[in-house]
Design a protein around this ligand. Structure first.
Ligand code: SF4
Length: 249
């Protein structure tokens, strides 16, 4: 079995409560969504870019697609010195490759890696098929007023409930732009509370300027939204994409 990857590199986790941890990022090609603020290449690429020296900006190109054995070999080489605290599966949408992950995750976990899944948080069936190997889930809850796509809250609640049922470490991430609909935001917070419980962390991630939108939220908006969400849930944090400040991958 083979899959298409876009990049493999070691860097700091720039988002959410694990910010600053060193992760080895494995970025899968392809996504089923089209968020307005998306900053990743969605299409399959002919080659996967591998940064062998972290932060160097020098990439080796390996032809796509990659077998599980090939990817395991690359990960073992890049993490030979055990520099990375976790393996971050990111995208695109890694859960689109759930069958591949079912083959990849047992040997990856067998090597003692902690697995961090970054996901749109809307594919509960695919999550269920691999959840036994996942340590941390960073799940998005997408607001249609921000993504400009249709609302997918029911899938998010099923997804979050699955994480809770399996007792997986999960936090929710809401990317908010200046165009955020406040009624939709409250609906999202209420849904998180119901599906995940009051102790679920909500990270408000201010949208970073993107190619298709410049609607970055103002500080005043962010603080108001944190207060609004904070009336319903105790743990609401504002954490921007810190790796972008440092112009890191
Ligand atoms: S889910 Fe993530 S990768 Fe997919 S379009 Fe949205 S931001 Fe981009």
């Amino acid at each position: 079995m083979k899959t298409y990857l876009s990049e493999i590199f070691s860097s700091v986790q720039g988002e959410g409560p694990h910010v600053g941890e060193r992760h080895l990022f494995v970025r899968f090609c392809g996504c089923h969504r089209a968020c307005r603020f998306c900053d990743t290449v969605g299409e399959r690429t002919n080659t996967v870019l591998i940064e062998k020296v972290p932060g160097s900006g020098q990439f080796e190109q390996v032809p796509n697609p990659l077998s599980v054995e090939q990817l395991m070999g690359i990960i073992r080489e890049l993490n030979e010195k055990k520099t990375n605290r976790r393996i971050s599966l990111t995208g695109g949408a890694p859960l689109l490759q759930a069958q591949y992950l079912q083959k990849l995750l047992p040997p990856l976990c067998g090597d003692g890696h902690s697995i961090y899944l970054e996901t749109a948080g809307d594919m509960p069936m695919q999550l269920k098929s691999i959840i036994e190997w996942i340590d941390i889930v960073a799940m998005d809850v997408k607001l249609s007023s921000v993504t400009k796509e249709k609302n997918t809250f029911p899938a998010h609640w099923q997804f979050l409930k699955t994480c809770r049922d399996w007792d997986v470490d999960v936090f929710t991430k809401l990317v908010l732009s200046a165009e955020t609909d406040e009624a939709e935001l409250i609906q999202a917070v209420e849904g998180i509370k119901k599906a995940g419980g009051e102790d679920t962390l909500i990270v408000i991630q201010p949208m970073t300027k993107a190619v298709k939108t410049k609607a970055v939220p103002a500080g005043e908006q962010l603080l108001r939204w944190q207060e609004m969400a904070g009336r319903l849930m105790p743990n609401v944090r504002i954490i921007p994409q810190t790796h972008k400040m440092l112009e890191m991958l």
